[in-house]
Design a protein around this ligand. Sequence first.
Ligand SMILES: Cc1cc2nc3c(=O)[nH]c(=O)nc-3n(C[C@H](O)[C@H](O)[C@H](O)COP(=O)(O)OP(=O)(O)OC[C@H]3O[C@@H](n4cnc5c(N)ncnc54)[C@H](O)[C@@H]3O)c2cc1C
Length: 367
Amino acid sequence: MRVVVLGCGFGGVEVASELRKRSKELDITMIDRRTRLEYQAAHPEILSGKVTAEEISGDLNRFASKIKAEFINDAVVNIDFEAKEVETREGLKIHYDFLVIAIGAEQTFFGIPGAEELSHTVNTLKGAIEAKKALERLDYSRKISIAVIGAGLTGVEVAGELVDYLRGRASAKIYLIELMPRILPAFPNENVATYVTKFLSDRGVEIMTGTTVQEVSEQEITFKNGSKLHYDIIIWTAGIKPNNLLEKLKLPKKKGWLKVDPYLRVEGMTNVFAVGDTVYFEDEGVRSCQNVEEAERQGRVAAENIIRMIKGEKLKRYRPKGTIQKPRAFISLGDDKAVMYFGGIIFKPFAYRAKKYVERRYMKRFG
Ligand SMILES: Cc1cc2nc3c(=O)[nH]c(=O)nc-3n(C[C@H](O)[C@H](O)[C@H](O)COP(=O)(O)OP(=O)(O)OC[C@H]3O[C@@H](n4cnc5c(N)ncnc54)[C@H](O)[C@@H]3O)c2cc1C
């Protein structure tokens, strides 16, 4: 019996790990277009130099050997659900009995002219390293403008790390630009936005809310209200969209994301599960967050349900803890500070240390 885990980020790694804990006999094949898991939550700290690429990424081949799974480094380009086969760019056809789709999300630039071509990103480790190199190339003897576009969790964290990187370089100004009327719009309680706004403003970040980017050209951003901002570097931190592969697959979707049943099977399918960012999960009006915690929790439930199906047992329902209505997150702010947002309440003391502890503990599994 072969389980193929497609995508080895937080969700996929958890599926494979949990399957092996529960069964010594199963054949587990892990497939990813990358060779390393990327701990994206720490990417902003690449900019300030607090972490290295090696510290926040893990060798998937090595991880797979540890759990006696097979790892294939290849991109999946199609899935034949009739033949139960995954097709890769290198021409492999890999048979599965159960498939778990865990291919995450992609960055979106919302079709804004010039945005993709002229911006840096921290969504991938490669992108974060390139953004850091671009920062290092700037001539700080003149006035420098750095624009961070999108003030969700990642944008706020990037702004905080830029402040740390630019300490002592008074000529550099950071602009944190957000379309919505306040920063951190995904967090329903305003108290966190108010706290973070003050924290970053006190450290010199200029926060521009209610500001829509219309076009990006060489060295200039044009906003919808007609005003313009000169920039030296843009770091784009606004928005995610479904993985391109999903467009090809004839599966039930909502706004392009995969729809799953309460047991995390793709709707209408018995042997295909999906977990993590790629999934749109809503049950009894409660919608799951797309974050690390839920990707991992979904991974464990999907793995358990595969084992239960093999044994002919009743399946387990997935119940999200972090929801759109009540999100939970650590938000780093730079200066070794963070806030933990938990169901509307914010905790400050030890939040940064707790975030780093979670990161180090996670990365140990790749050691
Ligand atoms: C910069 C940044 C900061 C973040 N900070 C936080 C945070 O502080 N806290 C938090 O909870 N969440 C954070 N997130 C979100 C979090 O990283 C995601 O929710 C999480 O990674 C989802 O896990 P996943 O397994 O669904 O997807 P991913 O971890 O993205 O893994 C998907 C995997 O699928 C592979 N893949 C995709 N397509 C193919 C294909 N066709 N063939 C083969 N392989 C493929 C990819 O290479 C990747 O390894 C952050 C995200 C970003 C980008």
